[in-house]
Design a protein around this ligand. Sequence first.
Ligand SMILES: [Zn+2]
Length: 418
Amino acid sequence: MLHYPGLRAVLLAVLTSLLLSGCAVVELLDAVALNPTKHREATGVRPSTLKLHRTLLVADLHADTLMLDRGGMKGIQQRHRYGHADVPRWREGNVGLQVLTVATVTPVPYSEPLNGGWILPNAQWVLAPLQGWPPRTWWNSRQHALHQAYKWRVNADGQALTAIRTREDLAAFLSANYRNTRAGWIPKSPSTQPVATVLGLEGSHALRLHYLDSDTQIATRVKEFRDAGFRMLALTHRFDNELAGASEGSRRCGVTPLGHRLLREMERQQMICDLAHASSRTISEVLETYPDLPVMVSHGGIAFDACKGDEAASRLLSVDQARAIAKRGGIIGIGLWPEVLGEAEPELAAQMIKRCLADPCIGPQHVALGSDMDGSVLAAFAANNWCMLTEELRDLPEGTLRDVMGGNVIRFFQKHLP
Ligand SMILES: [Zn+2]
């Protein structure tokens, strides 16, 4: 307790200015370094493509936008000139459903292989204090994830964003905002209607299960995340953890005994397993051991040309893995950033999508979009310019184009949400 009002005011002023300058530092980082965009304007899009695009329901399986405040708890609802995504840009890009994903531990610098036994420093340990998040979120990844889930709930009040937790939520959202025509779901008023949003976790180390003993405790912890809104859990992020090996991890092992206990609980609580960032062994073991668990890859790509050397540790699925995921009814979100495409070009994303469509064992029902916008990547375009991808896919039959751009994701959630 301070008894000197003058000193208290000075301390308050110092703390406030540190906080304000912290936010300014994050905004500067965000604008100049974290989330650049290759094509800032949608060039080469024909007026007829734009007209078709305005009738689409675009669904994107991965954006990390909750990690950044951009002006506060509801900053996501304002339009920003930097970063990749916010509600006005989703509306402009005809995004009807956006999965918002929560990352808690991000090792930097991004070296290959990433962790080599260490994961310091952590970008979130920097972003959380600089943005003035509660101190409990600075060091504890569970608290960090739950804080982002709280932000998601505060924003997803049905006006700008609509929280989707169940099939009923999705059905109500679609019937309120879309016309269900023979061609597909057509938005009633794309510039003003809300955007549906599903919550996903990028790296289940945030559940901190290694501090728990019994299966009852694990079930309670999974329920805590489920109650907070999470419906998709990825076992790993960019490093091996106590649950499973990651594709960029140092050991790239499979699922650990603790990971199996989590997966069994995910099946019981109807959670979806996101295999993005998982090692090859983890992917195979999940597919073999849990035939009834819904699986997807929220963001990544497919190595249609054989990988060599270090590329084996990349974010690309092998063709066989992609086929196995499709056979299981899973969907694969194709990314827009250079590590999966070679260059951040809409044309290259379209080429990868078309190769999936041409493969009889993957096919048109299992390909989706997984942009990784606001995930510290160079994106081909920001969320308002999805029409650039529509342009590259214009030669597809309209039904296939609609499925890839959103229909497959809607059907997946209609089937697998609780
Ligand atoms: Zn990721």
